[in-house]
Design a binder for this molecule. Sequence first.
Ligand code: PHE
Length: 340
Amino acid sequence: MKDDIHGYIAEINKVEVKTKDDLELFRIRFLGKKGIIPALFAGMKEIEPAQRKDTGLLLNALKNRVQEKIDEAKTILDKTGDKGVEKPDLTMPVGFRETGSLHPLTIVRNEIVRIFERLGFSIAEGPEIEDDWYNFTALNFVPEHPARDMQDTFFIGRDPDIMLRTHTSSVQIRFMEKTKPPIRVILPGRVFRNEAISARAHCIFHQIEGLYVDEDVSFADLKQTLYFFATELFGPETRIRFRPSYFPFTEPSAEMDISCFICGGKGCRVCKNSGWVEILGCGMVDPNVLDNCNIDSSKYTGFAFGLGIERTAMLKYQINDIRLFFENDIRFLKQFAGEY
Ligand code: PHE
């Protein structure tokens, strides 16, 4: 690395920065996000400890030299103006370029995934086309369960065994078939339900599933994990509450509400004056589901949860129509530019 740095210093001494464009190129080449200086700093961790101090000093000298060169060139360009012109014409329209930005669903998905990554969860995905075993049977849906009804599920062709997955819970099964405990995984994906499209519901939406299986996993672990998640995503004041619910694949099952982050629980339009908003479904993995995946349910327990990304994004950004996510209207998407 030292040789490289000496090379760059020699280059800086030789190179001529004559115009503002030259200056900008020079600045980007050395100091830009993907420039030489950040790359060299990133490389410092590969340097042997004995060499680190000397290399660091040299690297700082290079950085100072770059800054000096920029300052020199600026002083001269400020006096002469670019390309010999005394002063730039300030009435000229600026070169305007639109840049793309992440879709709000991607932003929220990434944010949620990052929170769980910090707790040691890994991330995995599964197929959107599923068979009855993964989408229903292995998840403990009895044959006559109403969710299997044609009303909800898009079957493919006439085969009642092949369908578009109705939830990401199918990926729990795929993951547990392949991986044995301890399991800590987040499973994001697109899901499909045969529902009438309205401001509140769409036939395509996204979920994030979470699964944690190990020895001695309890409901307290579920609560603490989801409490951490809620405070990270919606702020440290956030409170959570659980309401009993039912899912075939968890027992006991619950729905989790968060205290309304708009009004703090006093009551407003977002929480429909209740002070609480529903955010996800969760529960302890039903022992039948573990057994279906050849995981010994007398030894292991687990919890699972699933949340809708659209719903979460709608709450977070106060978007009142789910259809906006899929219309790709630039005026809508633009509002999220600059979020990460
Ligand atoms: N799969 C459920 C749904 O689609 C959510 C859920 C996931 C509930 C995991 C409990 C555990 O709504």
